[in-house]
Ligand binder design. Structure first.
Ligand code: NAI
Length: 425
């Protein structure tokens, strides 16, 4: 029996994820609409896997507790067993979790990311025909965002205004670091923004490898290095250095283009660019975050894989999701590409206003499930799901949140939508 369980574990050997035909995959049902969407999503994944592999592969779902269900059963919102299950089985999926408002309670999502050091927050963004969008050409959006998940101003190193700790920090800054440009020292709060070479390199490496594996044309480093020279500017500098050092045969860079232009003139730089294009290499470039947000609306086709820091990545992910229909259909995953740990998730919250009414759109979690299948190397099953969704949306079938914006849309409940997905797999 123990042997059997061992055989069913997903493991990682060097660069390769080893996935048995019958892996155990832990899942968190989630709070609010989690209950409704998770049941539907696991069922659809099962049907897609069965169909794609003619019954030769099957996921063994293992429920693990988190959020309100965990609290009611165990007294803890994130029991240690849950973290251990994800640690042991490497790959998991989760519904949304309530973050109770109040001092001292961390977001469970953040806690899981930190415990497993899931340093990439990965968000693919694409448009489904039929889904209402504010863009003129949503079909030009094919982007995968790699947001750094462990550093930046998000690290939680902050001191509140007026506290003894803050006064200590101010004294240090003033007396030992000669900082003079804090405008209102008596009423200021301070946060710290750590950005490291290691943190940058592992993120940019994952983004470039993803572009290589998926035959994508470019990786764009999005940053505010014009203002924050050492942190955001460091991200850009170290990102380029990593690309040129570790992938010299596979990429060409805007950084090197500029260097050649300065040293040898514009013709030599253009030759370098054209050689890169004709050799089918990946173009690594960078853009300032504010210009990037504007460009995504005006010429989204310029971008393919995005690598960015935590705060920029947060804004970019939601903006780009809105460009193709909102967070109701935006999938996401938090991944550590070194250890293989990955948790795929719905990107929206628990939607308490519609919970229990069979109205919720399961698409975000469903597409996260398709991402998970691709991560396992079970792409065929993932494709069945996305194709079925394409069919439904282009024929006006959707849950209320999307169908109300569709011309001649047909409103389906959560369960009706899920049944229709299965019907059309
Ligand atoms: P929310 O995403 O739950 O809801 C915002 C709006 O979007 C609501 O009108 C809701 O009805 C709608 N909506 C969200 N998902 C939908 C879906 N699948 N289908 C149809 N409509 C949908 O955000 P809110 O209200 O700010 O947060 C509620 C709770 O969720 C909070 O406790 C928050 O902390 C938590 N949350 C959890 C997240 C996670 O676990 N990843 C992410 C965001 C929020």
């Amino acid at each position: 029996m123990v042997h059997l369980i061992f055989m069913q574990r997903i493991t990682k050997k060097e660069e390769t994820l080893i996935v048995p035909n019958d892996p155990i995959i832990p899942y968190i049902e989630g709070d609010g609409i989690g209950k409704e969407i998770t049941a539907c999503v696991l069922n659809i994944i099962d049907k897609a896997v069965e169909k794609a592999f003619e019954g030769n592969r099957k996921i063994h779902w293992k429920e693990v507790l988190a959020g309100e269900k965990a609290f009611n059963k165990t007294g803890y919102r994130l029991p240690q067993e849950t973290i251990e299950a994800f640690r042991t089985h490497l790959v998991g999926i989760k519904g949304p979790l309530t973050t109770p408002v109040g001092e001292g309670i961390r977001s469970l999502n953040v806690a899981l990311r930190q415990e497993l050091d899931l340093y990439v927050c990965q968000r693919p963004v694409r448009w489904f025909e039929g889904v209402a969008t504010p863009l003129l050409h949503p079909e030009r959006v094919h982007v995968t965002i790699f947001r750094e998940n462990t550093e930046d101003i998000y690290s939680g190193i902050e001191w509140d205004a007026g506290t003894p700790e803050l006064r200590k920090v101010l004294k240090f800054l003033k007396e030992e670091m000669n900082v003079v440009n804090i405008r209102f020292p008596e009423t200021t709060a301070i946060g710290v923004k750590p950005v490291s070479i290691e943190g940058t390199e592992r993120l940019v490496r994952a983004a470039i490898r993803y572009a290589l594996d998926h035959n994508l044309p470019s990786v764009t480093l999005v940053h505010k290095g014009n203002i924050m020279k050492y942190t955001e500017g460091g991200f850009k500098k170290w990102g380029y250095a990593l690309a040129e050092r570790e992938f010299p045969e596979k990429v060409f860079t805007a950084n090197k283009f500029k260097k050649i232009e300065n040293e040898q003139g514009v013709d030599a730089a253009i030759r370098y660019y054209e050689e890169g294009i004709s050799a089918g290499k990946i173009f690594v470039k960078d853009v300032i975050a504010d210009a990037f947000l504007q460009n995504t609306l005006l010429k989204p086709e310029d971008y393919s894989v995005i690598a960015t820091l935590n705060l920029n990545g947060d804004y970019i992910s939601d903006q780009m999701a809105a460009m193709v229909g909102g967070i109701g259909i935006a999938p996401g995953a938090n991944i550590n590409y070194l250890t293989g740990h990955a948790i795929f998730e719905a990107t929206h919250g628990t939607a308490p206003d519609i919970a229990g009414k069979n109205l919720a759109n399961p698409s975000s979690m469903l597409l996260s499930g398709a991402m998970m299948l691709e991560y396992l190397g079970w792409d065929e099953a993932g494709r069945l799901i996305t194709k079925s969704m394409e069919y439904l949306f282009s024929n006006g079938f959707a849950t209320f949140d999307l169908s109300k914006f569709m011309k001649n849309g047909t409103v389906l409940s959560t369960s009706e939508f899920s049944e229709k997905i299965i019907e059309n797999l």
